[in-house]
Design a protein around this ligand. Structure first.
Ligand code: NAD
Length: 462
Protein backbone atom coordinates (compact mmCIF):
# COMPACT_ATOMS: atom_id res chain seq x y z
CA UNK A 1 0.00 0.00 0.00
CA UNK A 2 1.32 3.44 -0.96
CA UNK A 3 1.63 6.02 1.78
CA UNK A 4 -0.56 9.03 1.04
CA UNK A 5 2.46 11.23 1.83
CA UNK A 6 4.40 9.77 -1.10
CA UNK A 7 1.78 10.53 -3.73
CA UNK A 8 2.82 14.13 -4.52
CA UNK A 9 6.43 13.01 -4.97
CA UNK A 10 5.44 10.09 -7.19
CA UNK A 11 3.33 12.30 -9.43
CA UNK A 12 6.01 15.02 -9.33
CA UNK A 13 8.58 12.58 -10.71
CA UNK A 14 6.25 11.62 -13.55
CA UNK A 15 5.66 15.29 -14.37
CA UNK A 16 9.40 15.94 -14.40
CA UNK A 17 9.85 12.86 -16.60
CA UNK A 18 7.33 14.19 -19.05
CA UNK A 19 9.01 17.60 -19.16
CA UNK A 20 12.43 16.11 -19.82
CA UNK A 21 10.91 14.38 -22.84
CA UNK A 22 11.37 10.70 -21.89
CA UNK A 23 8.68 9.79 -24.41
CA UNK A 24 8.83 12.69 -26.80
CA UNK A 25 10.11 10.76 -29.82
CA UNK A 26 8.41 7.79 -31.39
CA UNK A 27 11.41 5.51 -30.90
CA UNK A 28 11.43 5.93 -27.12
CA UNK A 29 7.71 5.17 -27.07
CA UNK A 30 8.39 2.00 -29.02
CA UNK A 31 11.09 1.05 -26.53
CA UNK A 32 8.68 1.47 -23.63
CA UNK A 33 5.92 -0.47 -25.39
CA UNK A 34 8.36 -3.30 -26.02
CA UNK A 35 9.30 -3.21 -22.34
CA UNK A 36 5.65 -3.60 -21.43
CA UNK A 37 5.48 -6.51 -23.84
CA UNK A 38 8.51 -8.08 -22.16
CA UNK A 39 6.82 -7.72 -18.80
CA UNK A 40 3.79 -9.62 -20.08
CA UNK A 41 5.81 -12.36 -21.78
CA UNK A 42 8.36 -12.86 -19.00
CA UNK A 43 5.92 -12.59 -16.11
CA UNK A 44 2.97 -14.40 -17.67
CA UNK A 45 2.96 -17.24 -15.14
CA UNK A 46 3.13 -14.95 -12.13
CA UNK A 47 0.41 -12.69 -13.51
CA UNK A 48 -1.85 -15.68 -14.11
CA UNK A 49 -1.10 -17.09 -10.64
CA UNK A 50 -2.19 -13.77 -9.13
CA UNK A 51 -5.37 -13.73 -11.22
CA UNK A 52 -6.19 -17.27 -10.12
CA UNK A 53 -5.56 -16.33 -6.48
CA UNK A 54 -7.73 -13.22 -6.60
CA UNK A 55 -10.65 -14.14 -8.87
CA UNK A 56 -10.29 -17.92 -9.28
CA UNK A 57 -10.02 -17.46 -13.03
CA UNK A 58 -9.47 -20.53 -15.19
CA UNK A 59 -5.85 -20.17 -16.39
CA UNK A 60 -6.77 -20.21 -20.07
CA UNK A 61 -9.34 -17.44 -19.53
CA UNK A 62 -6.76 -15.43 -17.60
CA UNK A 63 -4.38 -15.93 -20.52
CA UNK A 64 -6.80 -15.00 -23.31
CA UNK A 65 -8.70 -12.13 -21.68
CA UNK A 66 -5.86 -10.49 -19.79
CA UNK A 67 -2.42 -11.51 -21.11
CA UNK A 68 -2.99 -12.18 -24.82
CA UNK A 69 -5.49 -9.33 -25.07
CA UNK A 70 -2.95 -6.80 -23.79
CA UNK A 71 -0.11 -8.19 -25.91
CA UNK A 72 -2.35 -7.91 -29.00
CA UNK A 73 -3.08 -4.30 -28.12
CA UNK A 74 0.68 -3.62 -27.82
CA UNK A 75 1.44 -5.34 -31.16
CA UNK A 76 -1.36 -3.52 -32.96
CA UNK A 77 -0.09 -0.22 -31.56
CA UNK A 78 3.54 -0.91 -32.50
CA UNK A 79 2.41 -1.73 -36.03
CA UNK A 80 0.48 1.50 -36.49
CA UNK A 81 2.39 3.91 -34.30
CA UNK A 82 4.23 5.65 -37.12
CA UNK A 83 1.02 6.37 -38.97
CA UNK A 84 -0.85 7.51 -35.85
CA UNK A 85 1.86 9.94 -34.74
CA UNK A 86 2.06 11.63 -38.16
CA UNK A 87 0.45 15.02 -38.51
CA UNK A 88 -2.67 15.01 -40.65
CA UNK A 89 -2.89 17.56 -43.47
CA UNK A 90 -6.00 19.72 -43.44
CA UNK A 91 -7.39 21.71 -46.38
CA UNK A 92 -6.99 25.49 -46.28
CA UNK A 93 -9.80 27.68 -47.69
CA UNK A 94 -8.91 30.05 -50.52
CA UNK A 95 -9.07 33.10 -48.24
CA UNK A 96 -6.20 31.75 -46.13
CA UNK A 97 -3.99 30.72 -49.01
CA UNK A 98 -1.10 30.49 -49.33
CA UNK A 99 -0.80 28.46 -46.18
CA UNK A 100 -0.59 24.92 -44.83
CA UNK A 101 -2.75 23.49 -42.08
CA UNK A 102 -2.31 20.32 -40.11
CA UNK A 103 -3.47 18.44 -37.05
CA UNK A 104 -0.45 17.65 -34.94
CA UNK A 105 -0.93 14.99 -32.23
CA UNK A 106 0.85 15.79 -28.99
CA UNK A 107 0.86 14.00 -25.65
CA UNK A 108 -1.29 15.37 -22.84
CA UNK A 109 1.33 15.04 -20.09
CA UNK A 110 0.97 12.88 -16.99
CA UNK A 111 -2.10 10.69 -16.83
CA UNK A 112 -3.78 8.62 -14.14
CA UNK A 113 -5.22 5.17 -14.87
CA UNK A 114 -7.56 3.65 -12.28
CA UNK A 115 -8.62 0.02 -12.78
CA UNK A 116 -11.27 -2.27 -11.31
CA UNK A 117 -10.95 -5.84 -10.11
CA UNK A 118 -12.79 -7.93 -12.69
CA UNK A 119 -10.04 -7.93 -15.34
CA UNK A 120 -7.45 -6.32 -13.07
CA UNK A 121 -4.46 -6.82 -15.36
CA UNK A 122 -6.01 -6.02 -18.72
CA UNK A 123 -7.95 -2.99 -17.50
CA UNK A 124 -4.83 -1.50 -15.91
CA UNK A 125 -2.38 -2.12 -18.75
CA UNK A 126 -4.52 -1.92 -21.90
CA UNK A 127 -5.06 1.84 -21.26
CA UNK A 128 -1.33 2.22 -20.51
CA UNK A 129 -0.54 1.08 -24.06
CA UNK A 130 -2.13 4.12 -25.78
CA UNK A 131 -1.01 6.40 -22.93
CA UNK A 132 2.64 5.50 -23.66
CA UNK A 133 2.10 5.37 -27.42
CA UNK A 134 0.84 8.94 -27.33
CA UNK A 135 3.86 10.01 -25.24
CA UNK A 136 2.41 10.39 -21.74
CA UNK A 137 3.90 9.39 -18.42
CA UNK A 138 1.43 7.53 -16.24
CA UNK A 139 0.48 6.51 -12.74
CA UNK A 140 -1.33 3.19 -12.39
CA UNK A 141 -3.86 2.56 -9.61
CA UNK A 142 -4.79 -1.16 -9.45
CA UNK A 143 -7.93 -2.24 -7.63
CA UNK A 144 -7.49 -3.02 -3.95
CA UNK A 145 -10.17 -5.72 -4.35
CA UNK A 146 -7.58 -7.91 -6.13
CA UNK A 147 -4.63 -7.67 -3.71
CA UNK A 148 -2.37 -10.32 -5.28
CA UNK A 149 -2.49 -8.56 -8.65
CA UNK A 150 -2.01 -5.16 -7.02
CA UNK A 151 1.05 -6.33 -5.07
CA UNK A 152 2.56 -8.03 -8.11
CA UNK A 153 2.05 -4.96 -10.29
CA UNK A 154 3.72 -2.82 -7.62
CA UNK A 155 6.68 -5.18 -7.61
CA UNK A 156 7.02 -5.60 -11.38
CA UNK A 157 6.44 -2.15 -12.84
CA UNK A 158 9.58 -0.60 -11.27
CA UNK A 159 11.62 -3.47 -12.73
CA UNK A 160 10.57 -2.58 -16.27
CA UNK A 161 10.00 1.18 -16.06
CA UNK A 162 11.78 4.13 -14.58
CA UNK A 163 9.77 5.99 -11.93
CA UNK A 164 9.87 9.06 -14.16
CA UNK A 165 7.78 7.20 -16.76
CA UNK A 166 5.37 4.75 -15.12
CA UNK A 167 4.60 4.47 -11.40
CA UNK A 168 2.16 2.45 -9.31
CA UNK A 169 0.06 3.74 -6.45
CA UNK A 170 -1.67 1.07 -4.37
CA UNK A 171 -4.51 1.50 -1.94
CA UNK A 172 -8.23 1.86 -1.39
CA UNK A 173 -10.52 4.89 -1.07
CA UNK A 174 -8.23 7.02 1.09
CA UNK A 175 -5.24 6.59 -1.22
CA UNK A 176 -7.31 7.05 -4.40
CA UNK A 177 -8.90 10.18 -2.96
CA UNK A 178 -5.44 11.62 -2.26
CA UNK A 179 -4.27 10.58 -5.73
CA UNK A 180 -7.21 12.34 -7.34
CA UNK A 181 -6.30 15.58 -5.56
CA UNK A 182 -3.18 15.72 -7.73
CA UNK A 183 -3.34 17.53 -10.98
CA UNK A 184 -3.34 15.21 -13.99
CA UNK A 185 -3.65 15.88 -17.69
CA UNK A 186 -6.10 13.03 -18.15
CA UNK A 187 -7.82 10.57 -15.85
CA UNK A 188 -8.81 7.20 -17.28
CA UNK A 189 -11.17 5.43 -14.92
CA UNK A 190 -12.76 1.99 -15.30
CA UNK A 191 -15.32 0.87 -12.75
CA UNK A 192 -18.78 1.63 -11.47
CA UNK A 193 -20.73 4.81 -12.14
CA UNK A 194 -20.91 5.86 -8.50
CA UNK A 195 -17.14 6.19 -8.28
CA UNK A 196 -17.17 7.56 -11.83
CA UNK A 197 -19.02 10.56 -10.43
CA UNK A 198 -16.40 10.94 -7.67
CA UNK A 199 -13.64 10.85 -10.28
CA UNK A 200 -15.36 13.41 -12.50
CA UNK A 201 -15.89 15.77 -9.56
CA UNK A 202 -12.23 15.53 -8.56
CA UNK A 203 -11.17 16.08 -12.17
CA UNK A 204 -13.32 19.20 -12.40
CA UNK A 205 -11.12 20.89 -9.78
CA UNK A 206 -8.24 20.93 -12.27
CA UNK A 207 -10.34 20.97 -15.47
CA UNK A 208 -8.84 17.57 -16.22
CA UNK A 209 -10.48 15.63 -19.05
CA UNK A 210 -11.71 12.15 -18.15
CA UNK A 211 -12.49 8.88 -19.79
CA UNK A 212 -15.05 6.91 -17.82
CA UNK A 213 -15.37 3.24 -18.74
CA UNK A 214 -18.44 2.24 -16.76
CA UNK A 215 -20.99 -0.57 -16.85
CA UNK A 216 -24.73 -1.06 -16.94
CA UNK A 217 -27.32 -3.61 -17.83
CA UNK A 218 -26.37 -4.90 -21.28
CA UNK A 219 -29.33 -6.65 -22.93
CA UNK A 220 -29.38 -9.59 -25.33
CA UNK A 221 -32.40 -9.53 -27.62
CA UNK A 222 -33.31 -12.90 -29.13
CA UNK A 223 -35.78 -12.95 -32.02
CA UNK A 224 -37.82 -16.10 -32.60
CA UNK A 225 -36.18 -16.60 -36.00
CA UNK A 226 -32.66 -16.72 -34.52
CA UNK A 227 -30.57 -19.86 -34.54
CA UNK A 228 -31.55 -20.54 -30.95
CA UNK A 229 -28.96 -23.22 -30.19
CA UNK A 230 -26.12 -21.01 -31.35
CA UNK A 231 -27.59 -17.95 -29.61
CA UNK A 232 -27.88 -19.90 -26.34
CA UNK A 233 -24.29 -21.15 -26.54
CA UNK A 234 -22.94 -17.66 -27.25
CA UNK A 235 -25.02 -15.97 -24.56
CA UNK A 236 -24.09 -18.64 -22.01
CA UNK A 237 -20.39 -18.37 -22.88
CA UNK A 238 -20.42 -14.56 -22.62
CA UNK A 239 -22.48 -14.55 -19.44
CA UNK A 240 -20.62 -17.22 -17.48
CA UNK A 241 -17.13 -16.22 -18.59
CA UNK A 242 -15.37 -14.95 -15.44
CA UNK A 243 -18.55 -16.01 -13.56
CA UNK A 244 -20.49 -13.12 -15.04
CA UNK A 245 -18.06 -10.49 -13.74
CA UNK A 246 -17.55 -8.91 -17.14
CA UNK A 247 -18.63 -5.35 -17.92
CA UNK A 248 -19.98 -6.38 -21.33
CA UNK A 249 -21.58 -9.66 -20.22
CA UNK A 250 -25.20 -9.98 -21.36
CA UNK A 251 -26.94 -8.80 -18.20
CA UNK A 252 -30.38 -10.12 -19.16
CA UNK A 253 -32.20 -11.64 -22.12
CA UNK A 254 -35.30 -10.38 -23.90
CA UNK A 255 -36.65 -13.28 -25.93
CA UNK A 256 -39.66 -13.39 -28.22
CA UNK A 257 -42.37 -15.53 -26.62
CA UNK A 258 -42.34 -18.12 -29.41
CA UNK A 259 -38.68 -19.01 -28.75
CA UNK A 260 -38.65 -18.83 -24.95
CA UNK A 261 -38.92 -22.54 -24.12
CA UNK A 262 -36.41 -23.54 -26.76
CA UNK A 263 -33.95 -20.90 -25.55
CA UNK A 264 -34.23 -21.94 -21.88
CA UNK A 265 -33.62 -25.57 -22.81
CA UNK A 266 -30.68 -24.65 -25.04
CA UNK A 267 -29.13 -22.49 -22.31
CA UNK A 268 -29.32 -25.40 -19.88
CA UNK A 269 -27.74 -27.69 -22.43
CA UNK A 270 -24.96 -25.21 -23.19
CA UNK A 271 -24.06 -24.84 -19.52
CA UNK A 272 -23.94 -28.61 -19.03
CA UNK A 273 -21.76 -28.98 -22.12
CA UNK A 274 -19.39 -26.23 -20.90
CA UNK A 275 -19.13 -27.03 -17.20
CA UNK A 276 -20.54 -30.55 -16.75
CA UNK A 277 -23.36 -31.59 -14.44
CA UNK A 278 -21.68 -29.95 -11.44
CA UNK A 279 -20.03 -26.66 -12.45
CA UNK A 280 -18.49 -26.41 -8.97
CA UNK A 281 -16.13 -29.20 -9.99
CA UNK A 282 -15.24 -27.61 -13.32
CA UNK A 283 -11.78 -26.09 -13.74
CA UNK A 284 -13.24 -23.86 -16.41
CA UNK A 285 -15.57 -21.89 -14.18
CA UNK A 286 -14.42 -18.86 -12.14
CA UNK A 287 -15.36 -17.74 -8.63
CA UNK A 288 -16.99 -14.59 -7.24
CA UNK A 289 -14.31 -12.07 -6.28
CA UNK A 290 -15.17 -11.80 -2.57
CA UNK A 291 -17.79 -12.62 0.06
CA UNK A 292 -19.37 -9.17 -0.13
CA UNK A 293 -20.19 -9.65 -3.81
CA UNK A 294 -21.24 -13.27 -3.15
CA UNK A 295 -23.71 -12.03 -0.50
CA UNK A 296 -25.00 -9.33 -2.85
CA UNK A 297 -25.68 -11.88 -5.59
CA UNK A 298 -27.33 -14.41 -3.28
CA UNK A 299 -29.59 -11.62 -2.03
CA UNK A 300 -30.68 -10.85 -5.59
CA UNK A 301 -31.86 -14.45 -5.78
CA UNK A 302 -33.60 -14.47 -2.41
CA UNK A 303 -35.36 -11.17 -3.19
CA UNK A 304 -37.37 -12.99 -5.87
CA UNK A 305 -39.51 -11.27 -8.46
CA UNK A 306 -39.30 -14.18 -10.92
CA UNK A 307 -41.37 -17.32 -11.54
CA UNK A 308 -38.67 -19.98 -11.74
CA UNK A 309 -34.99 -20.79 -11.35
CA UNK A 310 -34.47 -22.77 -14.55
CA UNK A 311 -31.12 -24.05 -13.31
CA UNK A 312 -28.44 -23.04 -10.82
CA UNK A 313 -29.41 -20.74 -7.98
CA UNK A 314 -27.10 -22.36 -5.45
CA UNK A 315 -23.93 -20.97 -3.96
CA UNK A 316 -21.17 -21.71 -1.47
CA UNK A 317 -20.00 -18.63 0.40
CA UNK A 318 -16.82 -20.26 1.73
CA UNK A 319 -15.43 -21.01 -1.73
CA UNK A 320 -17.24 -18.01 -3.32
CA UNK A 321 -18.91 -20.35 -5.78
CA UNK A 322 -22.16 -19.33 -7.41
CA UNK A 323 -23.70 -21.73 -9.90
CA UNK A 324 -24.43 -20.55 -13.43
CA UNK A 325 -28.03 -19.50 -12.95
CA UNK A 326 -30.91 -18.81 -15.32
CA UNK A 327 -34.15 -17.25 -14.13
CA UNK A 328 -37.41 -17.32 -16.07
CA UNK A 329 -40.59 -15.28 -15.81
CA UNK A 330 -38.63 -12.33 -14.45
CA UNK A 331 -40.69 -9.21 -13.62
CA UNK A 332 -39.25 -5.90 -14.80
CA UNK A 333 -39.30 -4.65 -11.20
CA UNK A 334 -37.47 -7.70 -9.77
CA UNK A 335 -34.38 -6.92 -7.66
CA UNK A 336 -32.26 -8.63 -10.29
CA UNK A 337 -33.44 -6.06 -12.87
CA UNK A 338 -32.59 -2.97 -10.79
CA UNK A 339 -28.80 -2.71 -11.23
CA UNK A 340 -26.06 -4.36 -13.22
CA UNK A 341 -25.89 -7.94 -11.93
CA UNK A 342 -22.15 -8.49 -12.39
CA UNK A 343 -22.38 -12.18 -11.56
CA UNK A 344 -23.52 -15.48 -13.11
CA UNK A 345 -27.28 -14.83 -12.92
CA UNK A 346 -29.13 -14.53 -16.20
CA UNK A 347 -32.72 -13.27 -16.06
CA UNK A 348 -34.78 -14.20 -19.11
CA UNK A 349 -37.73 -11.91 -19.84
CA UNK A 350 -40.32 -12.60 -22.49
CA UNK A 351 -41.46 -10.00 -25.02
CA UNK A 352 -44.23 -10.12 -27.62
CA UNK A 353 -41.92 -8.98 -30.39
CA UNK A 354 -38.61 -7.25 -31.11
CA UNK A 355 -40.35 -3.86 -31.05
CA UNK A 356 -41.32 -4.45 -27.42
CA UNK A 357 -37.71 -5.43 -26.65
CA UNK A 358 -36.50 -2.17 -28.19
CA UNK A 359 -38.95 -0.16 -26.09
CA UNK A 360 -37.82 -2.04 -22.96
CA UNK A 361 -34.19 -1.14 -23.67
CA UNK A 362 -34.98 2.48 -24.50
CA UNK A 363 -36.94 2.94 -21.26
CA UNK A 364 -33.72 2.31 -19.34
CA UNK A 365 -30.20 3.79 -19.13
CA UNK A 366 -28.02 3.39 -22.20
CA UNK A 367 -26.08 0.11 -21.81
CA UNK A 368 -22.39 -0.49 -22.39
CA UNK A 369 -23.18 -3.28 -24.85
CA UNK A 370 -26.17 -4.63 -26.69
CA UNK A 371 -26.59 -7.97 -28.42
CA UNK A 372 -29.21 -9.02 -30.93
CA UNK A 373 -29.78 -12.48 -32.37
CA UNK A 374 -31.82 -13.04 -35.51
CA UNK A 375 -31.50 -14.72 -38.89
CA UNK A 376 -32.96 -11.64 -40.54
CA UNK A 377 -30.54 -8.81 -41.29
CA UNK A 378 -33.38 -6.29 -41.40
CA UNK A 379 -34.36 -7.20 -37.85
CA UNK A 380 -30.77 -6.82 -36.67
CA UNK A 381 -30.34 -3.46 -38.40
CA UNK A 382 -33.69 -2.32 -37.01
CA UNK A 383 -32.40 -3.01 -33.49
CA UNK A 384 -29.12 -1.20 -34.20
CA UNK A 385 -30.91 1.83 -35.66
CA UNK A 386 -33.46 2.15 -32.87
CA UNK A 387 -31.37 1.65 -29.73
CA UNK A 388 -28.32 3.31 -28.20
CA UNK A 389 -25.42 1.42 -26.59
CA UNK A 390 -21.66 1.77 -26.21
CA UNK A 391 -21.11 -1.10 -28.65
CA UNK A 392 -22.97 -3.90 -30.36
CA UNK A 393 -22.24 -7.45 -31.43
CA UNK A 394 -24.80 -9.04 -33.72
CA UNK A 395 -25.45 -12.78 -33.45
CA UNK A 396 -22.70 -13.09 -30.83
CA UNK A 397 -21.70 -11.37 -27.62
CA UNK A 398 -18.70 -9.55 -26.09
CA UNK A 399 -16.51 -9.89 -29.19
CA UNK A 400 -16.83 -6.32 -30.52
CA UNK A 401 -14.51 -5.22 -27.74
CA UNK A 402 -11.70 -7.38 -29.10
CA UNK A 403 -11.65 -5.81 -32.57
CA UNK A 404 -8.73 -3.37 -32.26
CA UNK A 405 -10.10 -0.85 -34.72
CA UNK A 406 -13.48 -0.61 -33.00
CA UNK A 407 -13.43 2.08 -30.29
CA UNK A 408 -14.52 0.60 -26.97
CA UNK A 409 -16.50 2.71 -24.52
CA UNK A 410 -19.91 3.58 -23.20
CA UNK A 411 -22.52 6.22 -23.83
CA UNK A 412 -24.55 8.12 -21.26
CA UNK A 413 -24.69 6.22 -17.98
CA UNK A 414 -22.34 3.51 -19.35
CA UNK A 415 -19.45 5.89 -19.84
CA UNK A 416 -17.79 8.62 -21.77
CA UNK A 417 -14.81 8.38 -24.12
CA UNK A 418 -13.26 5.29 -25.62
CA UNK A 419 -10.03 3.38 -26.26
CA UNK A 420 -8.55 0.34 -28.05
CA UNK A 421 -6.42 0.82 -31.14
CA UNK A 422 -6.36 4.27 -32.69
CA UNK A 423 -9.19 5.55 -30.47
CA UNK A 424 -6.96 4.96 -27.43
CA UNK A 425 -4.14 6.90 -29.04
CA UNK A 426 -6.59 9.73 -29.75
CA UNK A 427 -7.89 9.67 -26.17
CA UNK A 428 -4.41 10.25 -24.78
CA UNK A 429 -3.45 12.87 -27.39
CA UNK A 430 -4.28 16.46 -28.04
CA UNK A 431 -4.70 17.21 -31.72
CA UNK A 432 -3.12 20.61 -32.02
CA UNK A 433 -4.42 22.76 -34.84
CA UNK A 434 -1.49 24.30 -36.70
CA UNK A 435 -1.63 26.82 -39.56
CA UNK A 436 1.60 27.90 -41.25
CA UNK A 437 1.75 31.02 -43.40
CA UNK A 438 4.59 32.32 -45.58
CA UNK A 439 5.61 35.93 -44.97
CA UNK A 440 4.91 36.81 -48.59
CA UNK A 441 2.55 37.88 -49.98
CA UNK A 442 1.33 40.12 -47.19
CA UNK A 443 -1.75 41.89 -48.59
CA UNK A 444 -2.86 45.07 -46.84
CA UNK A 445 -6.46 44.04 -47.25
CA UNK A 446 -6.89 42.56 -43.74
CA UNK A 447 -5.22 45.42 -41.90
CA UNK A 448 -6.83 48.70 -40.83
CA UNK A 449 -7.68 51.25 -41.98
CA UNK A 450 -10.72 49.45 -43.37
CA UNK A 451 -11.33 51.68 -46.37
CA UNK A 452 -14.53 51.48 -48.36
CA UNK A 453 -12.71 49.65 -51.16
CA UNK A 454 -11.25 47.10 -48.73
CA UNK A 455 -14.67 46.53 -47.19
CA UNK A 456 -16.16 45.92 -50.59
CA UNK A 457 -13.54 43.32 -51.42
CA UNK A 458 -13.79 41.67 -47.97
CA UNK A 459 -17.57 41.37 -48.33
CA UNK A 460 -17.11 39.74 -51.70
CA UNK A 461 -15.00 36.93 -50.25
CA UNK A 462 -16.50 36.46 -46.78
P1 NAD B 1 -13.55 -1.50 -7.89
O1 NAD B 1 -14.32 -1.65 -6.61
O2 NAD B 1 -12.26 -2.18 -8.05
O3 NAD B 1 -13.38 0.08 -8.13
C1 NAD B 1 -12.72 0.57 -9.27
C2 NAD B 1 -11.61 1.51 -8.85
O4 NAD B 1 -12.17 2.64 -8.19
C3 NAD B 1 -10.63 0.88 -7.87
O5 NAD B 1 -9.32 1.13 -8.30
C4 NAD B 1 -10.96 1.55 -6.56
O6 NAD B 1 -9.83 1.70 -5.73
C5 NAD B 1 -11.48 2.90 -7.00
N1 NAD B 1 -12.38 3.49 -6.02
C6 NAD B 1 -13.33 2.85 -5.31
N2 NAD B 1 -13.99 3.73 -4.51
C7 NAD B 1 -13.44 4.94 -4.74
C8 NAD B 1 -13.69 6.25 -4.24
N3 NAD B 1 -14.65 6.50 -3.35
N4 NAD B 1 -12.94 7.27 -4.71
C9 NAD B 1 -11.99 7.04 -5.61
N5 NAD B 1 -11.71 5.81 -6.13
C10 NAD B 1 -12.41 4.78 -5.70
O7 NAD B 1 -14.41 -1.99 -9.14
P2 NAD B 1 -15.95 -1.81 -9.43
O8 NAD B 1 -16.29 -0.38 -9.57
O9 NAD B 1 -16.75 -2.67 -8.55
O10 NAD B 1 -15.95 -2.46 -10.88
C11 NAD B 1 -17.07 -3.02 -11.41
C12 NAD B 1 -17.78 -2.03 -12.31
O11 NAD B 1 -16.91 -1.64 -13.33
C13 NAD B 1 -18.99 -2.61 -13.00
O12 NAD B 1 -20.01 -1.66 -13.03
C14 NAD B 1 -18.48 -2.89 -14.40
O13 NAD B 1 -19.47 -2.89 -15.38
C15 NAD B 1 -17.52 -1.77 -14.59
N6 NAD B 1 -16.53 -2.13 -15.58
C16 NAD B 1 -16.48 -1.43 -16.72
C17 NAD B 1 -15.57 -1.78 -17.70
C18 NAD B 1 -15.47 -1.05 -18.97
O14 NAD B 1 -14.49 -1.27 -19.66
N7 NAD B 1 -16.40 -0.19 -19.33
C19 NAD B 1 -14.69 -2.84 -17.46
C20 NAD B 1 -14.78 -3.52 -16.26
C21 NAD B 1 -15.69 -3.15 -15.30
Amino acid sequence: MTSVDHIPETVGELRAGFRTGVLSDVESRRTHLRRLRDLFVEQEDRLIDALVADVGKPRIEAYTTEIAFTINEIDHTLKHLNAWTKAEKVKVPITFKPGKARLQPEPLGTVCIIAPWNYPVQLLFAPLVPALAAGNTAVLKPSEVTPSVAALVEELVPRYFDSSTVAVVNGAVEVTTALLEERFDHIFYTGNGQVGRVVMRAAAEHLTPVTLELGGKSPAIVAADANIDVAAKRIAWAKFLNAGQTCVAPDYVLVEEAAKDQLLAALAEAVTTFYGDDPQQSEDYARIVNERHHDRLMKLLSDGGFDATVFGGTGDRGSRYLAPTVLAGVKPDAAVMADEIFGPILPVLTVGDVGEAIRFVNDREKPLALYAFSNDDDTLEHVVANTSAGGVTLNHAVLHLAVPDLPFGGVGESGTGSYHGKSGFDTFSHFKAVLGKPTRPDPALMYPPYTATKQKIIRKFM
